[in-house]
Design a protein. Structure first.
Length: 133
């Protein structure tokens, strides 16, 4: 692919959407796991343990199930907000433009510029190696 015909924006958007989907699936997986733990704590442990008072386990199970439902809900909510923001070309947090007019002053020094940092480190190492030889 030639440099003059390359537009990185659609590729970056696709990668961001796929990363958002993976994150949403992780939230769903975690929420469903917490719900399974809720079922185990609330129903299975009292039966296996043979205790006469099962209500503490039921209360803990209900609390875990609410936590699991909240995790699933938050994962879906977060994925929707990020997908909408990426498709609109804005940053999810505050509506700043992602592509046009992107300003590095909004980020900490050097944030997101690992390749440039790596190249700079290699250049310094090369200069040190040349001066010591």
């Amino acid at each position: 692919m030639t440099a003059e015909g390359f537009d990185p924006t659609p590729e970056a958007e696709r990668r961001t959407l796929l990363a958002s989907e993976r994150t949403m699936l992780a939230w769903l997986r975690t929420g469903l796991t917490v719900i399974a733990v809720a079922l185990a704590v609330g129903r299975i442990i009292p039966e296996v343990d043979g205790t006469k008072t099962a209500w503490p386990y039921a209360v803990i199970g209900v609390a875990y199930s609410f936590l699991g439902i909240a995790m699933v809900g938050y994962g879906l909510y977060r994925a929707k907000r990020i997908d909408d923001a990426v498709r609109a070309g804005t940053w999810e947090g505050d509506g700043r433009e992602l592509h046009e007019g992107h300003d590095r002053r909004h980020h900490p020094a050097g944030a997101g510029d690992r390749r440039a940092d790596h190249r700079r480190d290699l250049a310094v190492r090369l200069r040190c190696a040349r001066s010591s030889s």
